[in-house]
Design a protein around this ligand. Structure first.
Ligand SMILES: O=CC(=O)O
Length: 315
């Protein structure tokens, strides 16, 4: 397989890069200072048969159009929102992603964000470090155990979050396109009803045209001044301007965010808020999970080029 051209769209996990270099003829898109077209002209775009993208740069229509011999997009992510799936389908290009291996990490972080916001873990850590404890006690936080948790999207990650929250004695309800026969949680077909009924709302669905800005002003107001919003999905699930103004005006109790609309840009106003915990899109970024995701990308590519079924096919 050493002669098969594989294009990586941006720097990802070093181990993945090494594995791709070992098994394939690796091209790195970020090594070009010119346009994609220019890069592909100099690097013989027609030798490239696979693209490996991630949550930053996937495979959009322009990239797909410039690779006449592209056969597969193997994404180093579970999210598919940076891949033009319609184009891939149209052109018979296979698509694979990295589900399952990252579920636990993302669900763990969702719980971490809830605890971070409610128990004010980041603020109290700073309090100790800067010596304020010597002057006065930190003050009170808010209990997590027993709260009502609403989950937007009860897929693999949403279900893993639900299980964890259950262990904290929380009542679980969810919103999704359809009721899940396997889930013993209260189903809401209307997201406003879900937001009204829960204290913590967690976004855990895929980003699609239907779920873009699914968390809008109405949902935020339904969640209310004591409500907490957790987003481990995609920034674009939330109308960020509305989120910022709700937090500034006290119409929302707090937020734990791993993702933003224009990453790595984070709205300036959020930086000064004590009721907000911010993470730099690291839901699946542990050594163990990153290695497992990389192995899955390599296995999908090897399967494809050996005419075997993909391990985690999307298309
Ligand atoms: O955001 C992370 C992913 O889609 O894998």
């Amino acid at each position: 397989m050493k002669s098969i051209g594989v294009l990586m769209t941006c720097p990802m996990h070093k181990y993945l890069e090494q594995q791709l270099e070992t098994h394939f003829n690796l091209f790195k898109l970020w090594h070009c200072n010119s346009s994609i077209t220019e890069f592909l002209k100099t690097h013989q775009g027609n030798t490239i048969r696979a693209v490996v993208g991630d949550t930053n740069i996937g495979a959009d229509a322009e990239l797909i159009a410039s690779l006449p011999n592209l056969e597969i997009v193997a994404s180093y992510s579970v999210g598919l929102d940076k891949i033009d799936l319609r184009k891939c389908e149209e052109k018979g290009i296979r698509v694979a992603n990295t589900p399952d291996v990252l579920t636990d990490d993302v669900a763990d972080l969702a719980i971490g964000l809830i605890l971070g916001v409610l128990r004010r873990i980041c603020a109290s850590d700073v309090y100790v470090r800067i010596g304020k404890w010597k002057d006065a006690d930190f003050g009170l936080a808010t209990k997590f155990s027993g709260k009502s948790v609403g989950i937007v999207g009860l897929g693999r990650i949403g279900t893993a979050i639900a299980k964890r929250a259950e262990a904290f004695g929380c009542s679980i309800s969810y919103f999704s396109r359809s009721q899940k026969p396997f889930a013993n949680y209260k189903f809401y077909s209307d997201i406003i009803d879900l937001a009204t009924s829960c204290q913590i709302l967690i976004v855990a669905c895929a980003l699609t045209d239907e779920t873009r800005h699914i968390i809008n002003r109405e949902v935020i107001d339904a969640l209310g001044p004591k409500g907490i919003l957790i987003n481990i999905g995609r920034g674009a699930h939330v109308d960020e301007t509305e989120l910022v103004s709700a937090l500034l005006e006290g119409r929302l109790g707090g937020a734990g965010l791993d993702v933003y609309e224009n990453e790595p840009e984070v709205p300036e106003e959020l930086l000064g808020l004590g009721n907000v915990v911010l993470q730099p899109h690291v839901g699946s970024d542990t050594v163990e999970t990153s290695d497992a995701m990389a192995d899955l990308v390599i296995s999908n590519l090897k399967a494809h080029f050996s005419n075997k079924p993909l391990l985690t096919p999307v298309i």
